[in-house]
Write a protein that binds this ligand. Sequence first.
Ligand code: ZN
Length: 414
Amino acid sequence: MTTDSTLAIDGPRFWSTVMRSGQIGPGKAGGLRRLALTDADKEMRDLFITWCTETGCTVTVDRVGNIFARRPGSDEHLPPVLIGSHLDTQVAGGKYDGIVGVLAGLEVLRTLDDRRVRTKRPLELVCWTNEEGARFTPPMVASGTFAGVFDPDWVLRLRDDDGKVFGDELKRIGYDGKAAVGGRPIDAYFELHIEQGPILDRETVPVGIVTGGYAVRGMHVDVHGETAHAGPTPMDRRRNALVGASMLAVAVNEIGWTYHATEGKATVARLVAWPNKAGILSEYAQLTCDVRHAEREVAERMWAEVKAAMADCARRASVEMSVAGEWQFGSERFDPGCVRLVREAAKSLGVRHRDILSQAGHDAYYISRIAPTAMIFTPCRDGISHNEAEHAELDETVPGVNVLLHAALARANR
Ligand SMILES: [Zn+2]
């Protein structure tokens, strides 16, 4: 690959878009609370489309609200190279997770415009809807739909915790697009994302070349017990769903500790109970848990232990437990050709880099099922993420964006 190392992004211009985004949907502690399909999400989407339109891109929105800004290539018959990530955040999220990736893509387009670079293949900048899954589960639902994993009509019927429907909310903010979801050829997909872990920050390496992800297995567990009076009901007659779910929560956490030495993780992130009132035992609870490990076989072993713990906790709490939904992702390996382009871009730009595995889920996982895909990680302070204290520095992020620029350019012109 021949790289014109004078072709570089405008760092301050890029960062000004990140800072502007950081004002939309403020959280309580300096971060963001910009849940999918809320008014704040609409405000950010509108601004994003304004920026894309200013570069001369044609913007389309598909039926699940994914936004595509297309920059024509010299051969419009060739499938496009996609660059993107997400603009929604967690309930208490940072200003960088996902956002840096989308706005890095915007900066790539602006840089190519500045230099009047025409690529052979079209470039498309994409913002995927509801990546976080913080409002509508599952996460990465719209990129998954684009990849054919989920049915669009099923997605449009999803409900949030308040019973609001995905399709209604999409319409309310004006992003119920007309374009079909996916089903068209994609040449390649590149996603830049903050690492959300401590490795790059600790080693002061600005670029992580993501070769793949941790294997993840997760599920919702329904727990059924029986309501009863908290006072007179003897201990041996109780079927408290909340207690069964709590036992499982602790057991899952213990499994995480068992695999701590090899960086295994086990998480219970959500627990709801009904009626969840003082003085009465719960007849229903639901918890959401997952396990993660770099090696698929180990993740499978952890998962088997979670399933065994489920049976054990159900027996000890005299409740019934059943799987209400199960998923797995992350054992995908990214495309060797695209990963090589990222590595070559880093080398020829003289950017320090290392290979890394992703421990979080990303839209790139689903897209890797339908198109050659690569990811670039940039550092975030202390690896803090999904927290309003999430922080990234311009100087540590710019090298990754330049690598993105040159890798995408090489792919689009090959
Ligand atoms: Zn993200």
